[in-house]
Design a protein around this ligand. Structure first.
Ligand SMILES: [Zn+2]
Length: 72
């Protein structure tokens, strides 16, 4: 799902917006309706990235396989 996170430069509100193809569409602040919003680094990509790292489990020095309790 192409969900992007935006922050309003007027009031500082942070909100998520579902973008369907047309990225030129004007995004308005959910709170004050200001068009002065900036796109933040995708929280969705950040989450899936951290999940990817933890699923590898290769950094554990105890079992080296990601299966012991210290891996989680
Ligand atoms: Zn705002």
């Amino acid at each position: 799902m192409p969900i992007f996170e935006f922050q309003c430069e007027e009031c500082g509100e942070i909100f998520e917006e579902l973008i369907l193809g047309n990225t030129d569409e004007e995004i308005l602040c959910k709170k004050c309706k200001s068009p002065k919003v900036k796109k933040l680094i995708s929280q969705v990509a950040f989450k899936s990235g951290s999940k990817f790292v933890s699923s590898l489990g290769s950094v554990c020095s105890t079992c080296k396989g990601g299966t012991c309790s210290s891996c989680h």
